[in-house]
Ligand binder design. Structure first.
Ligand code: GTP
Length: 597
């Protein structure tokens, strides 16, 4: 296809504003897929994506479209992941295309993710086409939302296209606008091959399937290719496009988007953003701005039933095949036994992986408190990355600690602003900006990531009755007064409950933790002190009193079946207990104690 007849684009939108529905409609309107094969949300292929209505991996589709001018065009849509955790993947996919549809729900307006994604599109020099969706709904308010787009985002919305992705109204106009307003890609067919590795996924039959955007040159089956960042070399054994089913083609030329397979074993052998060239005739420079995505949130995953450790290992290895941004290593906890310390791109990523292990592999899990990566500066001048509070070095050797900070953008209706500001303040936030657009406020905060990983989303949702939207980016590291808080049950430290906290918040956290544990641990025959401590100093304490004799006395006598039942129940209960020194702690206690309110 000549460059002038190619248009590459992505769709940016806040969750639920209709990105996937619109994509489906574009595909349907152009007869890319036979009607009988059309199922809802074609692009969100993973079950969990469909269930939660979020896009996790970028997908792509090639659409053939005959425009009003009578010419046939190839439109390549790259569907970008919709969540903040995957922002690096979003930024890469954006660099693979020249324009974006900016979809805003006309009953809702601009939200935090609309902003975050639109800034990425602007960074990538995109031409933008505003699309106002859901005009079939009575609450649709086109003027207000168009005005908001101009005010908040600062782009011209006079040409915004009103559509209903549901009924199909306005879809043809969107296709025409893509052809008319988005620039054709540029590229040189005769130059050495230069292609971007946009994404990759694991297919059980084909191995790793790599999504590529050709910048210069031509790629064909049988080519020997070289990846500039990883240094690896492969033979292309299949080349094609997504319609959206995989369809083999002879070659991919400049401006085109498609896939290759090349006997690549695992997804982690491919790096999103890498530059692919020919091994023999290499391009001179790599594509700019490559940075590997690194996990920022860590937690321990342990099987509730320790006999399931091997199954857990198997599940984790399988999941990691298709997800290079997820890291893991074995961990041994005195309280929880064998498990894995896992790293994720963010909280949602963590939740998705945990859910998949529980559901697809049927393994019940204990998740320890999520922790961020701290930089521990030692007195000898070295720096350690701390992924697990249990590994905190002896304080006498520590000079200072730095923690990751984020820039959080929150959009919220006026009436909830007070509560949002208070929440941010409580979480050690520093206000960076506060502006208004109509009846909504936009607050920008500098916040410590560790205050966000616990339950910030949940709190934000509850104080704003679900009306706030939130997005963040990592800003960097800053020194603060952080300490490791340990929890001792009957004078034994319970490693799985230790956490890093700010010194000023330690007492509060410690007290809350001790109070919770007091309710969660069953009484024993002796008194059990429960303490929170920093170093050797106890900062909070509760005492669980001993079980009184007459409570157990009730178990004796009575009819035999009842006694049997009771014994069985105790046995079943035992399995769910962890022996800790002389104390038995129920599994549930770990899960509940780590949930902070
Ligand atoms: P993510 O994939 O999570 O980013 O969401 P999305 O932006 O792709 O939203 P999706 O397409 O899943 O749409 C969200 C909801 O809005 C679904 O229940 C759709 O059926 C509904 N929806 C989408 N477009 C329209 C529309 O034009 N009119 C109406 N009434 N509902 C729509």
């Amino acid at each position: 296809t000549p460059l002038s007849h190619i248009r590459n684009f992505s769709i940016v939108a806040h969750i639920d504003h209709g990105k996937s529905t619109l994509a489906d409609r574009l595909i349907q309107m152009t007869d890319t897929v036979a009607e009988r094969d059309m199922k809802e949300q074609l692009l969100d292929s993973m079950d969990i994506e469909r269930e939660r209505g979020i896009t996790i991996k970028a997908n792509t589709v090639r659409i053939d479209f005959t425009a009003e001018d009578g010419q046939q065009y190839v439109l390549n849509l790259i569907d970008t992941p919709g969540h903040v955790d995957f922002s690096y993947e979003v930024s890469r996919s954006m660099r693979a295309v020249e324009g974006s549809l900016l979809v805003v729900d006309s009953t809702q307006g601009v939200e935090a993710q609309t902003l975050a994604n639109v800034y990425q599109a602007i960074d990538a020099n995109h031409e933008l086409i505003p699309v106002l969706n859901k005009i079939d709904l009575p609450a649709s308010d086109l003027d207000r939302v168009a005005e908001q787009i101009e005010e908040v985002i600062g782009i011209d919305a006079s040409g915004a296209i009103p559509v209903s992705a549901k009924t199909g109204q306005g879809i043809r106009e969107v296709l025409e606008a893509i052809v008319a307003h988005l620039p054709a890609p540029k590229g040189d067919r005769d130059a050495p091959l230069k292609a971007m590795l946009v994404d990759s996924k694991y297919d059980p039959y084909l191995g790793v399937v790599v999504l590529v955007r050709i910048m210069d040159g031509v790629m064909k089956k049988g080519d020997r290719i070289h990846m500039l960042q990883t240094g690896a070399t492969y033979n292309v054994d299949r080349i094609g496009v997504f319609r959206p089913a995989m369809t083999v083609v002879d070659e991919l030329g400049p401006g085109e988007i498609g896939f290759i397979t090349a006997s690549i074993k695992q997804v982690r052998d491919t790096k999103v953003g890498d530059t692919i060239t020919h091994d023999r005739r290499r391009c001179e420079t790599a594509l700019p701005g490559f940075k590997p995505s690194v996990p920022v949130v860590f937690c321990g995953l342990f099987p509730v039933d320790s006999a399931e450790f091997e199954s857990l290992r198997d599940a984790i290895e399988k999941l990691a095949l298709n997800d290079a941004s997820f890291s893991y290593e074995m961990e041994n906890s005195a309280a929880l036994g064998f498990g894995f310390r896992c790293g994720f791109l963010g909280l949602l990523h963590l939740e998705v992986i945990r859910d998949r292990i529980e559901r697809e592999y049927d393994i019940e899990l204990i998740t320890t408190a999520p922790s961020v990566v701290y930089h521990i500066f030692m007195k000898d001048g070295s720096m350690k990355e701390l992924h697990n509070p249990a590994d905190m070095p002896d304080l006498t050797y520590v000079d200072h600690i730095e923690e990751p900070r984020i820039k959080a953008t929150i959009l919220v209706p006026d009436e909830y602003l007070g509560d949002v500001l208070k929440l941010c303040q409580d979480r050690r936030g520093i206000q960076m900006d506060l502006t208004y657009a109509g009846s909504r406020a936009m607050a920008v905060y500098d916040l410590p990531l560790n205050e966000v990983v616990f339950d910030f989303y949940d709190r934000l949702k509850s104080v704003t009755k679900g009306y706030a939207s939130f997005d963040y980016e990592i800003m960097g590291y800053r020194r603060d007064f952080l300490v490791k808080m340990s929890v001792l049950v009957n004078d034994e430290p319970v490693d799985a409950l230790s956490m890093m906290v700010h010194r000023d918040r330690a007492e509060m956290r410690g007290r809350a933790m001790c109070e919770k544990l007091k309710d969660l641990i069953p009484r024993h025959m002796f008194k059990i002190p429960i303490q929170a401590a920093i170093g050797g100093k106890v900062i909070a304490r509760e005492t669980l009193s001993a079980m009184r004799k007459d409570v157990t006395a009730k178990c004796y006598g009575g009819d035999v079946t009842r006694k049997k039942k009771l014994l069985e129940k105790q046995k079943a209960g035992k399995k769910k207990m962890r022996q800790f020194g002389k104390v038995e702690i129920p599994q549930q206690a770990f899960i509940s104690a780590l949930k902070m309110d």
